[in-house]
Design a binder for this molecule. Sequence first.
Ligand code: PNW
Length: 528
Amino acid sequence: MKLLIIIGLAAVWCDAAQWQDRRFPDDFRFGAATAAYQIEGGWNADDKGESIWDRLTHTNPDFIADRSNGDVAADTYSNYRTDVQMMRELGLDAYRFSIAWSRILPNGISSKVSDAGIAFYNNYINEMVKYNITPMVTLYHWDLPQKLQDLGGFMNPNFHEWFEDYARVAYENFGDRVKHWITFNEPREICYEGYGSDTKAPVINATDIGTYYCAKNLLIAHAKAYHAYVKDFKPKQGGVCGITISVNWVGPLTDSEDDRLAAEIKRQAEWGLYAEPIFSEYGGFPAELCNIVAWKSAEQGYRRSRMPEFTDEERTLVRGSSDFFGVNHYSGTLVSATHYKETHPVPSLLDDAGVGVYNPPEWPQSASSWLRLSPNSLYYALTHLDTKYNKPIIYVTENGWSESPEDGYYIDNGRVEYFRAKLNDALDALEAGVDLRGYMAWSLMDNFEWNQGYLERFGLFEVDFKSEYKERRPRKSAFVYKHIIETRVVDPYYEPDSLTMWIDDGHYFQSAYYNNQYSSGPFSVSYN
Ligand code: PNW
């Protein structure tokens, strides 16, 4: 009996010692992320030009689940100081946000630069820098100026010129304070969802060639903007420039050789298409997928492969064109060579890959159909990239969990569980030697979740979209994340007992106060 107790106690102590000893390094950057169209509002404020999401939501409101749009969203255009107060309350080291291209270049091309647009981002950046919060800027998070879409958008082979010019305007105006640049957010979502299928703007649905041609043009634009930075700005400004790719984990359903090959093909179709040309030693599109598309295209009567080639010059231009690998990670999936196959349009990217996918029902499900808590998925993804691409510097630039507005509104235990699980993956990856420099939670606050409108919420802070000033209130996860940032440790037992944050946005002071008794808001608001 005595022995059993000793063994039991030892187990508890060892367990306890384990999490307490696993610390994030002091220079590890914890942050949160957002994107312009999802939070800013002010869709036509001052001289801002129309973007493809303005056009889509205004002309086809049924495309969005709740028929909403980002016209006002969280109104960061007016509330940016409040946003920065939230960052300070959380103790963030960094904040990742995106610039709306058509806010600073209303016509898309660089002939006219908007003073109001430049002033807005200057104010936002200055407010962060004032409080020692490192701004990480994404140049393109899906909101192409409509005028450029009218000229073909990413299908236009001159796209890279427009993008490079835009990038230069951003480097020139903000590069004295912004030292972390991300060219594109998630090429897969831009190209596959926007051009190769019909789930995101501009809804081109060219299933045969849309994804592949977009991928090539996007990669060249990325590389041009990268080299422009390295050549003309980096020597003076001294920052870094990279790209963010969505890397959900894709593993084989069984250990069979067929399933392992199927998983590799699926990885190539999901993110290898964008990662391989930049991060692999040789460059160019991933070999196996490239071969499949070539022979399928021939069989389907195309005169050339539906996947365009890179010339040697282009391949060299793109190869190595990133100072870090930005990883957006959410979930994982299992892949089979023979089972769970669904029918897809022929020809299409998914038909080309030709594999089945399986998500175990026991993996907890978020409010988003595609997002489950897949065990250790971030660890698998990071260690895989580390090995495959020879130890790149990695930032997790997005990771988060959705809940529907009604469940666990303030007491978002599902999100807390998810963040703890993924941050433990990050610690495991660090221990395995992955060069992981930072982690951005998606998202600082609730925002316009694209096709799902305001029905899926990702925020550490809730946003009351019905209120006049788009009031923000911290959820439980905000307090848990704050504690993790403060202590650099993921304490599995931490329960915030007295939850207070004061956000003074000039209109009111507000607090979320539970005092050990979790109740759902709204909380008392005392006016200035
Ligand atoms: C990201 N998937 O999109 C975007 O960068 C954000 O703008 C978005 O709000 C956030 O994730 C949550 O959706 C993704 O299917 C959309 O794996 C879908 C997937 C991944 C990322």
